[in-house]
Design a protein around this ligand. Structure first.
Ligand SMILES: *Cc1c(COP(=O)(O)O)cnc(C)c1O
Length: 396
C-alpha cells in the first residue's frame, strides 16, 4: 500500500505517542540492508534500537521461527516447553546468574527484577524497599520502571510516582554512597547509559557499585537490555568488567527481532520467588524462545563476542579518523557496537539523522544531542567505511 494512505490511517487511528513519525516505511531487508516502500535501499546502523542483531531475513533464524510457528506458537506455562528449557540452559550456563524467567519486553523484565529484589528482602523479614538508580538512566515505561528511570521528562505527568526510587549521579560513587540508608535494598544500573546518551560507565565506578552492594548487603541489579546479547563485546557486558550482579535483565536483541525478555538471577536470589509470586501468559512461549535460542546459539557459536570487540574498535577508530577534527563534535564514545557521537549545542542530532538517511544510512539519537550507532552485529567493515564517509560529509 502507498505510504501516504498508511500515514493517513496512522494519524487517524493510532495513539499520538510517536507523533509525526519519520515518513518512511520499510517493507523488507536483507543482512544490514533495508528497503522502503519506494524501493530505496539503506544500510542500517540502528537495528530497530539495538534489536535486530542478525540483521534482516537471516536464513537460519527465519527457518527456526517458521518451523516453530508451524508446530506450536503459544502454550500455557502450565505445561513444559522444550525451547524454553533449552534457552534457559543456554543463558544460565554463561554466568553465575544461573536461573531465569522469561517475559515479553524490557520494561516487564525490569518490573520483575524490582519485584524480585523486594520479595527477597520481604522473605528475610527485612523491611528494606528503596532502589537506587542513575540520573539519565532508562529502565522502561511501566509505572514502576518509569519511576526507576532517572529522567524528569518521563516523571512529570505521572506524579505521584511509584515510590521508593532515588537517583544518583552516574559515574559518581560518592553520590551513590550518600543515598544509601537502612531502607535501601538494591542498586540498579546500566553499564552504558543507552537512551541517556550512550555514556559508558567507568570501570572503577561499576566495580564500586558492586563493592557498595557487598558492603551494605544490597542486591546489585544490572539492566543489560541494551548492552547485553554481545552488543558491547561479551554476551553480558558485565563479563568484561570482572563481576557478576545478583540480578540482570535482557530484552531488545535477545530474540533477534521477536519480542522476548529475561530476568536472570543468582540461585539464592531467584529462590525468593516461589509459586504464585510472578507469572506471564506469553512469557517464554515456544515461538519467542525458539527465536532466542537460535539467535543466542548463533552469536555464541560463531565467535560474535570477539567479532563485536574487533568491529567496535574499528568503528571507533574509523569514526575518529573521519570526523574527530570537526568543530561540531564534543565526543565520540562507546563500547563494542554501541557508539555515541555527541554534537555541540545548536547542532541538532535529529537533522543529522535525516541527512544520513537521505544518503542511505539509518542511524538514531540518544539523550539530548547525541547520535547513536547500534548496527546489526553482522555489520561488515565495508558498511562501517561507507557510514564514516557519509558522516564526514554531513558533520565536517
Ligand atoms: C529499551 C530499554 C528498556 C525498555 O525496554 P522495552 O522493551 O521498550 O520495554 C529498558 N532498559 C533499557 C536499558 C533499555 O535500553
Amino acid at each position: 500500500m502507498d505510504i501516504k494512505k498508511i500515514i493517513e490511517l496512522d494519524e487517524k487511528y493510532y495513539f499520538g505517542t510517536f507523533g509525526k513519525r519519520t515518513p518512511l516505511m520499510f517493507t523488507h531487508g536483507n543482512g544490514c540492508k533495508l528497503y522502503d516502500s519506494e524501493g530505496r535501499e539503506y544500510t542500517d546502523f540502528f537495528a530497530g534500537i539495538a534489536t535486530n542483531c542478525l540483521g534482516y531475513a537471516h536464513e537460519g533464524l527465519t527457518k527456526a521461527v517458521k518451523e516453530q510457528a508451524g508446530a506450536i506458537m503459544h502454550c500455557s506455562n502450565i505445561y513444559y516447553i522444550e525451547a524454553q528449557s533449552l534457552l534457559a540452559e543456554k543463558l544460565c550456563s554463561l554466568t553465575e546468574c544461573n536461573r531465569v524467567f522469561f517475559c515479553n519486553s524490557g520494561a516487564e523484565a525490569n518490573e520483575g527484577a524490582i519485584k524480585l529484589a523486594r520479595k527477597y528482602f520481604y522473605g528475610k523479614g527485612d523491611k528494606r524497599y528503596e532502589i537506587l538508580t542513575a540520573q539519565n538512566s532508562f529502565h522502561g515505561r511501566t509505572m514502576a520502571t518509569l519511576a526507576a528511570t532517572g529522567q524528569e521528562k518521563y516523571h512529570k505527568p505521572y506524579d505521584p510516582l511509584t515510590p521508593s526510587f532515588k537517583h544518583f549521579v552516574y559515574n559518581d560513587i560518592d553520590s551513590v554512597k550518600s543515598l544509601i540508608s537502612d531502607k535501601t535494598c538494591a542498586i540498579m544500573a546500566e553499564t552504558v547509559l543507552g537512551e541517556g546518551g550512550v555514556i559508558p560507565g567507568d570501570i572503577d565506578f561499576l566495580n564500586g557499585l558492586q563493592k557498595l552492594c557487598e558492603e551494605h548487603g544490597l542486591l546489585f541489579i544490572l539492566d543489560e537490555i541494551q548492552t547485553g546479547v554481545c552488543r558491547t563485546g561479551s554476551f553480558f557486558s558485565f563479563q568484561s568488567l570482572g563481576f557478576t550482579p545478583d540480578i540482570c535483565t535482557l530484552a531488545k536483541a535477545l530474540g533477534g527481532g521477536i519480542p522476548i525478555a529475561a530476568i536472570l538471577a543468582k540461585d539464592h536470589v531467584a529462590k525468593a520467588f516461589i509459586q504464585g509470586d510472578h507469572g506471564s501468559t506469553f512469557g517464554g512461549n515456544p515461538l519467542a524462545c525458539a527465536s532466542a535460542l537460535y539467535t543466542c546459539s548463533y552469536l555464541l557459536d560463531n565467535g560474535f563476542e570477539g567479532r563485536v570487540k574487533e568491529l567496535g574498535k574499528y568503528l571507533l577508530q574509523k569514526l575518529k579518523e573521519a570526523v574527530e577534527g570537526s568543530e561540531n563534535i564534543v565526543e565520540i564514545r562507546g563500547r563494542g557496537l554501541l557508539v555515541g557521537i555527541e554534537l555541540k549545542d545548536g547542532f541538532p542530532a535529529a537533522d543529522m539523522v535525516r541527512k544520513a538517511r537521505e544518503k542511505g544510512y539509518i542511524i538514531g539519537t540518544a539523550g539530548v544531542n547525541t547520535l547513536r550507532l547500534a548496527p546489526p552485529l553482522i555489520v561488515e567493515k565495508d558498511d562501517i567505511d561507507g557510514l564514516c564517509l557519509c558522516l564526514k560529509e554531513i558533520l565536517m
